[in-house]
Design a protein around this ligand. Structure first.
Ligand code: PXG
Length: 452
């Protein structure tokens, strides 16, 4: 058999390479056949803009995939990664260390709400979620409560794509193809209600009582069998669901009363998205474990992290000193390039006051996105911090089609948005300017009209 020829690359008009053969790459969460017939290829990125392979500028209204919070190609981050790769490309993660990982853990814990003070590094949000779930179950076992193995997630929750994450997650297509998932999982109801909360600015008044469903679940299974509850403080992927006032407080109170760990999945809400460092700060509710990724390294190098309370860490630190306390970790936990990117990202966030900037812009953002309320087919606009969800009526018999047309129309008109089912999700980098917000809303408004 002759070896397959490597695909050749043709030059696009502006000089970017374009592959001739799109077939071999099985793209994630993508309609592969549709995409390959009509590809959307990006070749460059700087600050608020992508450059397409044919040289068009596209305003990034999604911070990549909710991750590039400081904007693209920021010099301090680029230079830090370049310097690190030259100095040391890789260091073993087990029974060995390197200074930047310790420094980053210290920087992160200094930013955390009081009580969250130990960091376990992963390479993605999915790995952070599965790590947090494993830590929760192991924590109870170590303390002699080994029957606490059940995990409680929430309908419409997204916690990545590991088996733990899809098991506690609540999005049917992410679950139904993959067998019986992990056993012993139950779900809280989601908090979305068009009937009660349509077009709410910020947190809805209605819905705190939905947290009380946890009491029903506890009554059903008994607290002695439940390890942890995991929720996104603001559900992102499922279409931006903002927690009702008092809801997270109530979850916290019920978990504490029953000895159940509360995990906040802050993969999207972390690092300034809401105009505070973390959603835990924004809402004034501290979990026992927090998962992060995305903005942690500004999307530059893959990285995730679980931040654990002292009580959890200390529970593991027992027995002979030579014992490995947690049989878990990744080849690339605390990878030097990821640490360099994260340290530089935290510097940029701090030096440019980006979390405060997001908070200051939030009222302007809120007015801007709610100006779309009266557009044809818009059935709900919701927002918090620098996030918004614009929900559209689905076209008869083809869910998601209207939003997809709006997505491609915006892209052709120079604005990158994200859609999930028939909800448009917006989450621009925190460096976005007011004129850029206006541009996003104007382009989106025109495309919503065109897709009516
Ligand atoms: N938890 C949450 C809350 C997330 O939003 C993950 C975990 C998984 O992270 P990784 O790094 O394994 O992808 C996520 C990821 C979208 C979108 O458009 C959202 C995510 C990823 C891709 C697209 O809503 N969130």
């Amino acid at each position: 058999m002759t070896a397959k020829q490597p695909s050749t690359f043709k030059q696009a008009s502006q000089g970017a390479s374009v592959p001739n053969d799109l077939e071999p790459f099985w793209m994630p969460f993508t309609a592969n056949r549709q995409f390959k017939k009509s590809p959307r290829l990006l070749a460059g990125a700087k600050d608020m803009h992508y450059t397409t392979v044919d040289g068009r500028q596209v305003l990034d209204a999604t911070a990549g995939l909710w991750c590039v919070n400081a904007g693209h190609g920021r010099a301090p981050i680029v230079e830090a990664v370049q310097a690190q790769v030259e100095q040391m490309d890789y260091a073993p993660a087990f029974q060995m260390g390197h200074p930047a990982a310790f420094e980053l853990a210290a920087r992160l814990t200094a930013m955390m709400p009081a009580g969250l003070d130990h960091v376990f590094f992963t390479n993605s949000g999915s790995e952070a979620v599965d790590t947090a779930l494993k830590i929760a179950i192991a924590y109870h076992r170590i303390r002699g409560e080994g029957a606490r193995t059940r995990l409680i997630g929430r309908e419409r929750g997204y916690h990545g794509v590991g088996f733990g994450g899809i098991s506690v997650g609540g999005i049917a297509p992410n679950r139904k193809f993959f067998g019986s998932l992990i056993p012993g999982v139950d779900h809280l109801p989601h908090t979305h209600s068009l009937q009660h909360n349509a077009n709410t600015r910020g947190q809805p008044e209605w819905g705190a009582h939905l947290a009380d469903d946890l009491e029903r679940i506890v009554a059903l299974h008994d607290a002695s069998t439940i390890a942890a509850v995991i929720v996104e403080p603001v559900a992102g992927s499922t279409g931006v669901l903002v927690p009702p006032k008092g809801y997270l407080e109530r979850l916290r109170e019920i978990c504490t009363r029953h000895g159940i760990l509360l995990i906040f999945d802050e993969v999207i809400t972390g690092f300034g998205r809401l105009g505070a460092a973390f959603a835990a700060d924004y809402f004034g509710v501290t979990p026992d474990l927090m998962t992060t990724a995305k903005g942690l390294s500004n999307g530059t190098v893959p990285m995730g992290a679980v931040i654990a309370s002292k009580a959890i860490y200390d529970a593991f630190m027992q027995g002979p000193e030579g014992t490995i306390e947690l049989f878990h970790g990744y080849t690339y936990s605390g990878h030097p390039l990821a640490c360099a990117a994260a340290l530089a990202s935290l510097d940029v966030y701090r030096d440019e006051g980006l979390f405060e900037r997001a908070a200051a812009l939030a009222p302007y953002w809120e007015d801007a996105v709610h100006s779309l309320q009266d557009s044809a087919s818009v059935i709900d606009v919701r927002n918090i911090g620098l996030v918004a969800g614009i929900e559209l009526a689905a076209r008869e018999g083809s869910p998601g089609a209207r939003a997809f047309d709006i997505f491609t129309g915006c892209y052709e008109d120079g604005v990158l948005i994200r859609t999930t089912a028939d909800t448009v999700a917006l989450s621009p980098p925190l460096i976005v300017s007011k004129p850029q917000i206006d541009e996003i809303i104007e382009t989106l408004g025109q495309q919503i009209k065109a897709a009516a």
